[in-house]
Ligand binder design. Structure first.
Ligand code: GRF
Length: 212
């Protein structure tokens, strides 16, 4: 059975969606860079090992990433899942987990990489927004895309209402990707693109605003 380590920084709702999905894998640890991350208590209540590696205890990104990798590697995971992990990772760290490191981002990448995605989507006036799960490469939010989910942006949306609708989709697509990874239906190819087998594809369109 594949082993998964989840990295979080906050409330951990995506982590919880992975725990709730009863995936055919073993979630061996949840690691946070913040001791006050709400998701830690959720993981502990499920009997999952937790650890805190605080970025504040390290002089620079390289030292933090080295310690983080040390703690992760003790669990010998097949996949390392970033679920609201709010630290930029160094190239050596990312390269160490090539093909094993995945992230969820609250926008339709490559639009709105970085932070404040919902505010930026509203201020740009896009009519369709969403979320993306991708393999992590050294380029921030730039790795090969595995899946995306789109939602309509509504006329009275605030950043919070839009974030809530996108988050519902995050909770659907992240467990799906983990299932595909565990079943070896999706993987990162030697050339750095996403390879897959046996995935379904629908040609249906999301048009926003709707047609009359
Ligand atoms: C999610 O929107 C995720 O896409 C982003 O940070 C948020 C984390 O939320 N990277 P949670 O901690 O999973 O609830």
């Amino acid at each position: 059975m594949k082993k998964i380590v989840i990295l979080i920084s906050g409330r951990g709702s995506n982590m919880q969606s992975l725990l709730d999905a009863k995936l055919p894998c073993e979630i061996v640890a949840v690691i946070s860079n913040r001791a006050d991350a709400g998701g830690l208590a959720i993981a502990q209540a499920r009997g999952i090992a937790t650890a805190v590696v605080s970025h504040r205890d390290h002089p620079d990104r390289a030292a933090f990433d080295a310690e983080l990798a040390h703690v992760i590697d003790a669990y010998a995971p097949d996949f390392v899942v970033l679920a609201g992990f709010m630290r930029i990772l160094t190239t050596p760290f990312v390269d160490h987990y090539r093909g094993k490191l995945i992230n969820i981002h609250p926008s339709l990448l490559p639009a709105f990489a970085g932070v404040h995605t919902h505010e930026r989507a509203l201020s740009e006036g896009v009519k369709i927004h969403g979320c993306t799960v991708h393999f992590v490469t050294p380029t921030l939010d730039g790795g090969p895309i595995i899946i995306q989910a789109a939602v309509a942006v509504l006329p009275d949306d605030t950043a919070d209402s839009l974030a809530a609708r996108v988050l519902c989709e995050e909770h659907l697509i992240y467990p799906q990707v983990l299932l595909w990874l565990c079943e070896e239906k999706v993987w990162l190819s030697a050339t750095g693109s996403v390879a897959s087998r046996e995935l379904s594809h629908s040609g249906s369109a999301l048009i926003s605003p709707s047609l009359d």
